[in-house]
Ligand binder design. Sequence first.
Ligand SMILES: CC(C)(COP(=O)(O)OP(=O)(O)OC[C@H]1O[C@@H](n2cnc3c(N)ncnc32)[C@H](O)[C@@H]1OP(=O)(O)O)[C@@H](O)C(=O)NCCC(=O)NCCS
Length: 182
Amino acid sequence: MLIENREITISNGKRIIIRSATDADAKSLCQHRYVTSGETYFMARYPEECSFDIADVEQKLLHTRNSACDFMVTAFLDNEVIGDLGVTQLRNLTKYSHRAYMGISIQKEYCNMGLGSIMIEYAVKQAKENGFEQLELGVFEDNIEAIRLYEKFGFQKYGIQPRAFKLKDGTYRDELIMVKML
Ligand SMILES: CC(C)(COP(=O)(O)OP(=O)(O)OC[C@H]1O[C@@H](n2cnc3c(N)ncnc32)[C@H](O)[C@@H]1OP(=O)(O)O)[C@@H](O)C(=O)NCCC(=O)NCCS
């Protein structure tokens, strides 16, 4: 599904459009994922692992658009993606139908300006409207700012996946699993 379009102003005075990315935004979304994957190690991928298969991303965006419950909350500056949030049903099976998974990334230049909070607020509201009963996520144990932000929105820690991530330098990070009941 597509969310309603909104225009907001972040603390640096820039006007940002919040809407769902569509297939027409595939290239910009790939570029955003490439950039954010290189800015911190808190993303799942290293930049070179990000797909630039535009046709494949277009298909995925089309699938999300046609879904009754999955959606994206995407932030655009001058029609380019600077923030990406996705909410997807955990598995397309009845026993999982109450659970959604959320992931978010914002380009470093636009962090700490209130954008993440706005995107999460929209996502929580929309997920509830779509019938989900709980929103889940996984985060690097040392991503303190993100964890603080999730806690601000009522996400609670409920588990640890030990050594979920192995970085190129050979060190491991646990994954903190969080849930918000809607
Ligand atoms: C984690 C992430 C999504 C947070 O997004 P963000 O846009 O920086 O978050 P916000 O700006 O809304 O909030 C973070 C802090 O910014 C500050 N802030 C919030 N609103 C603000 C405003 N209007 N003006 C100035 N500062 C503000 C606050 O210090 C806030 O902390 P608080 O909630 O304790 O007050 C973003 O940093 C990010 O994408 N990081 C890289 C990728 C990543 O780690 N993703 C998460 C993977 S699980």
